[in-house]
Design a protein around this ligand. Structure first.
Ligand SMILES: Cc1cc2nc3c(=O)[nH]c(=O)nc-3n(C[C@H](O)[C@H](O)[C@H](O)COP(=O)(O)O)c2cc1C
Length: 414
């Protein structure tokens, strides 16, 4: 029986353990986790979601309070079009975040950054251009484009000196999306270095509708591999979503994937950025506690624990401090939902908004607990302590379990 360790991911002459830890914003796949994975010879992701908040958390910056101060006069207004990000600040925050990871990197692995197109930040092109260029400036090994079709994203960095040397890839959930991306970027004569194919069992936002259960990763992977063969393209394909054991991973590698991207099992590691008490919620979850809903203002379905404290919360939109989901016209679906409730219940002090959530605020506070479909199996990956808590795992333990276990075996900690 094959194990993941029988395979290697090749980028030119470079050989890596074919395990990628997916980006998990906001600062869930943090620098500590990415560094550990790079040390072990795989690929770790940081995420640039809400990077100004992340910079404040780890450096002595005050970007969030400064932005709030600048736009405080607008807090009660439902028109958020004037609430713009300062691009120089965005650049500094991104550089801080990336540099910290790259300077601390040890070992043969790589660190990539996950950049979601849906973080439209009230000026989609300008902010994305700055995010991507600043990450390249700060020495990131690679960029994974996600949560969007990214038809124009390569063009935003085509003049960067590292455009052809950094590893650039995209997450897709169908060969159709991949075809569109390749066609749109043909003039740049710069193919992606990798393609992540994400199936419907992943965490975070899904590239499927509410009929996600009709799709399966194995078939989509086959479809993408056939598409690439037909186009005579040799690009490593990375399978993602619901790959829970080393045996699952090895099966995808045998099917033709060049690597696997995993995330959920790393949410309960010591290194992961979630607070410890939230990690216990992930361990405790049963299958019935997990849902795919439409609460995200992005319009993409999202998988999360039903007990997430942010669900149903009716807080005032926090765009003056955050505003990462404001579209090019300063709109966000949560603002509309919130204003509707205010109009319906003008006297109520504590509102509840049921159909959308203020994702910026609640992801920042770790109050929306997004997770993969198999979160309910996490309890089978560890031991229980005498006080009833589940024992957190080291990222090294989980990484090695993926790398060396075969079949459906899961190595428990000593
Ligand atoms: C807590 C959590 C947060 C995530 N956040 C993001 C994100 O910010 N951007 C993204 O592209 N994918 C995100 N994902 C998806 C992962 O990067 C990954 O592709 C997927 O979850 C892999 O499947 P698995 O969790 O079943 O192993 C997230 C996943 C989890 C579990």
């Amino acid at each position: 029986m094959k194990r993941v360790d029988d395979f290697r991911l090749r980028f030119g002459k470079q050989e890596l353990v074919p395990i990628v830890i997916g980006g998990m914003g906001v600062d869930i796949s943090n620098a500590e986790l990415a560094l550990e994975v790079a040390r072990l010879g795989g690929i770790g992701h940081i995420s640039d979601a809400m990077v100004q908040t992340v910079s404040d958390r780890h450096f002595d910056t005050k970007f969030v309070s400064q932005k709030l101060k600048q736009y405080k006069h607008n807090v009660a207004s439902s028109d958020k079009s004037s609430v713009q990000f300062n691009l120089a600040v965005l650049e500094e925050a991104t550089r801080n975040h990336v540099r910290r990871s790259m300077e601390a990197k040890r070992g043969d692995g790589l660190i990539f950054i996950n950049c979601m197109e849906k973080l439209t930040m009230n000026a989609p092109r300008d902010t994305l251009r700055m995010r991507l260029n600043a990450a390249l400036d700060a020495g990131i090994d690679g960029i994974t484009l996600s949560a969007g079709l990214h038809l124009g994203s390569f063009a935003l960095i085509e003049d960067h000196p590292r455009f052809r040397d950094a590893k650039l890839g995209i997450i897709v959930s169908s060969s159709r999306a991949l075809g569109m991306f390749l066609r749109k970027n043909a003039r740049l004569q710069r193919l992606p270095d990798f393609i992540v194919v994400e199936g419907p069992l992943a965490g975070g936002h899904l590239g499927f509708g509410l009929d996600w259960a009709k799709y399966d990763l194995r078939s989509i992977l086959d479809e993408v591999l056939a598409f690439l063969k037909n186009e005579h393209l040799d690009i490593p394909v990375i399978a993602a979503g619901g790959i829970f054991t080393g045996g699952d991973a090895a099966a995808f590698l045998e099917q033709g994937a060049a690597a696997v991207q995993v995330a959920t099992r790393f949410t309960v590691t010591q290194e992961c950025g979630l607070p410890d008490k939230v990690k216990q919620e992930y361990f405790k979850a049963s299958e019935a506690d997990i849902e795919v809903n439409t609460l995200s203002p992005t319009g993409y379905p999202m998988r999360m624990l039903k007990g997430s404290p942010g669900i149903g919360s009716g807080i005032r939109p926090n765009c003056e401090a955050f505003g990462y989901l404001l579209d090019a016209n300063g709109n966000c679906a949560y603002i509309d939902a919130y204003n509707r409730e205010v109009a319906l219940h003008p006297k109520v002090k504590k509102l509840s908004v049921k159909d959308k959530t203020c994702l910026c605020t609640h992801m920042r506070n770790f109050d929306i607990w997004t997770c993969g479909h198999y979160t309910y199996r996490l309890k089978d990956t560890t031991r229980r302590l005498p006080d009833g808590e589940y024992r957190l795992l080291s990222a090294e333990h989980v990484f090695h379990d993926y790398q060396f276990s075969s079949g459906q075996t899961i190595a428990l900690p000593d």
